[in-house]
Design a protein around this ligand. Sequence first.
Ligand code: IPE
Ligand code: IPE
Ligand code: MG
Length: 241
Amino acid sequence: MAEDAAGIARRMHVAIIMDGNGRWAQSRGRPRLFGHSAGAARVREIVEACPDLGVRYLTIFAFSTENWKRTQPEVAGLMALFRRYIRNEAQRLLKRGVRVRFIGDRNRLDRKLVAMMDGLEELTAGNSTVDLTIALNYGGRDEVARATQRLAREVAAGRLDPEAVSAETLAGFLDTHVLPDPDLVIRTSGEARISNFLLWQSAYAEYDFVDTLWPDFTPELFARCLARFETRERRFGAVAG
Ligand code: IPE
Ligand code: IPE
Ligand code: MG
């Protein structure tokens, strides 16, 4: 496990908005899906760099609730890519000790894809080297709305007292309820926005917006983001020192 200057082992949660696949492809005169394939290949390298970098939790944004607005061929191509990723990577993830989870609304996804997602979660459930969470048909507002629905059902059934509802109670109904909050959120491609990613969970995350397009984001650049993170002083509302 990686250690910082003080010799403290890191067990970080890093979340990444993997952006810029389309522009990467366009700059090469290739179709957008070519960029998405190149981006998927990067995911493997970044996941496998995590243990050495002290990243215990990695959460990646693969498809947002807003990405359905893209053309039908691009959406279909992305869905095929997700199936291919699960099929091709499952055994490798298993061997590397990666536990995979998916967050997001599964209801709008193809049944076959959902079955593959469930299968990968089950296959890797005994792993504990890296917790990889893939956000697929994920939106922060949608997640909070779905959590509120579940919470409201508990209230309606008389199992939850409305007066007892706290921030922790609501967090317990989110898709991410088993994960710690992210320490660092990285977005590639130069856009400085969060596009509905982990809205609740990132309340105190540090942000790093890098210009590199996702298919060019190497483990070396990832390590640089983590080094920058180490120089930040996190105060959580308190006074320094
Ligand atoms: C990110 O790359 C991948 C997804 C949103 C699925 P984009 O496809 O958004 O790439 P750009 O932003 O158009 O370059
Ligand atoms: C965010 O990227 C979603 C993912 C990386 C999956 P977008 O490319 O969809 O975000 P906007 O549209 O530029 O905000
Ligand atoms: Mg984009």
